[in-house]
Design a protein around this ligand. Structure first.
Ligand SMILES: [Zn+2]
Length: 85
């Protein structure tokens, strides 16, 4: 029985000082400028959604990586799926 479980797996991240509700079923990914197009394409292909993008420096959340998922360089863009978008 899973009666106690919320149906939508959402969580909030702090972006520019505001709590933004995101869908936990989709990953939060970080990209450098060089790999942004590639990571965005893969996100759309893999999860069949268009993620929102934010500047990494605007996202104030301990769980979000600081570096690019592909190459480990300093992260510039955060890709995530905002609830209701
Ligand atoms: Zn990179």
């Amino acid at each position: 029985m899973k009666d106690g479980q919320a149906e939508s797996n959402s969580k909030t991240v702090q972006i520019q000082g505001s709590a933004v509700e995101i869908l936990g079923d989709f990953p939060v990914q970080v990209s450098c400028m060089e790999h942004f197009d590639q990571i965005l394409d893969e996100y759309v292909d893999q999860y069949e959604v268009a993620p929102y993008t934010y500047k990494r420096s605007d996202v104030d959340e301990p769980g979000v990586p600081a570096s690019c998922k592909k190459c480990g360089a300093a992260g510039v863009v955060v890709l995530l799926k905002v609830k209701g978008s």
